[in-house]
Design a protein around this ligand. Structure first.
Ligand SMILES: *Cc1c(COP(=O)(O)O)cnc(C)c1O
Length: 376
């Protein structure tokens, strides 16, 4: 079976983990977390970065930091993972879902302004597949209405928009190091990125169970105590050690993923030209991290048959995201602004092909041949 995804593993991660064990520092914010934080702050030009147990937790921290109140409205696409919405629903927010652009599957920026009310607090764009929407236009809308922008950059590490890394554009951003993402901290993990200094002190406190322990360790206060609400939002340094092995090699991983992505794009081009399928497109003003390769079938029924055909060739292909506005919780906690012109239709046509760091050419050729045979 050719799996749909495999966790990135280079072979240095376990050596760093052993080092953390032997050195006797495995809890959060140890030496490896520090290395990772420095790497992210340099790469993103961020004011502060904070490793978290998951992207979900980073989004929850973001909701706490902008002080979301019950009844506040948060604008986001419906075509996303549940955590994008849940983080704000946990604070009592109402989610206002907006339709997507059918090419990038990102929020349609032109529809955002019409969805804004006097309860709107934030816009949460999702950089689907590692590609962003028109962030310049989105930031302009947010600026006009004095709204926060929190980037769900779970899939977007090493991508950029007009020369700036994704995750560096909004007030804050959240990344994921789940094992299905390009870089992993050993299965689960995330990062909150702060691009404005005003959030830093409170973020450190929220993350340290509501204490000023971080300030204490820096020598800024002479004892630490309970000063605010908070929870345990640190990543174990063992996991940071795993992640560090990959950040050190981030360019290499990125190049290899891009090569695998291009192989699919070129090999499937004849089917695109003949109008049988559509393939993913990356806007010209962006660089891309090859987080996933997707194609689009004509409709749901064809996709179901293609998945079966691929499975018969030992290929595991996947689709995702039941649009949140159609889900049980989405209907309870949110509403769709305007029409669902593209979200449901595109989500029913999309198919993700096996892609991971280290996938072999022969494996990709099996996938491509099976698709070509299906469309013959
Ligand atoms: C993976 C993902 C998340 C959640 O990440 P975790 O680290 O598993 O919490 C959130 N949003 C998007 C868009 C994702 O792809």
């Amino acid at each position: 079976m050719i799996p749909f995804s495999r966790p990135t593993y280079l072979g240095v991660e376990d050596q760093y983990m052993m080092q953390a064990i032997r050195d006797g520092h495995m809890s959060g914010d140890g030496p490896f977390s520090h290395k990772c934080h420095q790497w992210f702050e340099a790469h993103l030009g961020a004011v502060r970065s904070l490793l978290t147990p998951s992207c979900t937790h980073a989004l929850e921290m973001a909701a706490l930091l902008i002080d979301v109140q019950p009844g506040d409205e948060i604008i986001m696409p419906s075509y996303t993972f549940v955590s994008t919405a849940n983080a704000f629903v946990l604070r009592g927010a109402r989610i206002v879902f907006v339709d997507i652009d059918p090419v990038t599957l990102n929020i349609d920026v032109d529809l955002i302004e019409g969805a804004i009310t006097d309860r709107t607090r934030a816009i949460v764009p999702v950089h689907y597949a590692g590609v962003s929407c028109d962030m310049q236009a989105l930031m302009e809308v947010a600026g006009r209405h004095d709204l926060y922008v929190i980037e769900d950059a779970a899939q977007a590490l090493m991508s950029s928009y007009r020369g700036r890394p994704l995750g560096a554009l909004g007030h804050m951003s959240a990344f994921s190091f789940h094992e299905t993402k390009n870089y992993t901290s050993g299965g689960e993990g995330g990062l909150l990125v702060l691009n404005h200094p005003e959030f830093v002190d409170r973020a450190e406190i929220l993350r340290e169970k509501g204490t000023n322990r971080s300030q204490f360790f820096r020598g800024a206060v002479d004892k630490y105590s309970w000063v605010d609400i908070g929870s345990s939002y640190l990543l174990s340094d063992l996991q940071a050690a795993y992640l560090w092995g990959q950040l050190e090699n981030a360019d290499l991983i990125n190049q290899q993923r891009l090569r695998a992505w291009r192989f699919y794009a070129e090999a499937l081009m004849p089917l695109v030209t003949s109008g049988r399928i559509e393939c993913q497109q990356v806007p010209r003003d962006q660089t891309f991290n090859a987080h996933m390769f997707f194609l689009k079938c004509a409709h749901l029924e064809e996709r179901t048959r293609l998945i079966t055909a691929l499975r018969n060739h030992g290929v595991q292909a996947a689709f995702h995201y039941v649009p949140l506005h159609t889900s049980t919780a989405g209907r309870r906690f949110g509403r769709l602004h305007g029409e669902d012109r593209h979200t449901s239709r595109e989500s029913e046509r999309l198919l993700r092909l096996p892609l991971w760091h280290g996938i072999e050419r022969e494996q990709q050729a099996v996938v491509v041949d099976a698709i070509k045979e299906f469309y013959q």
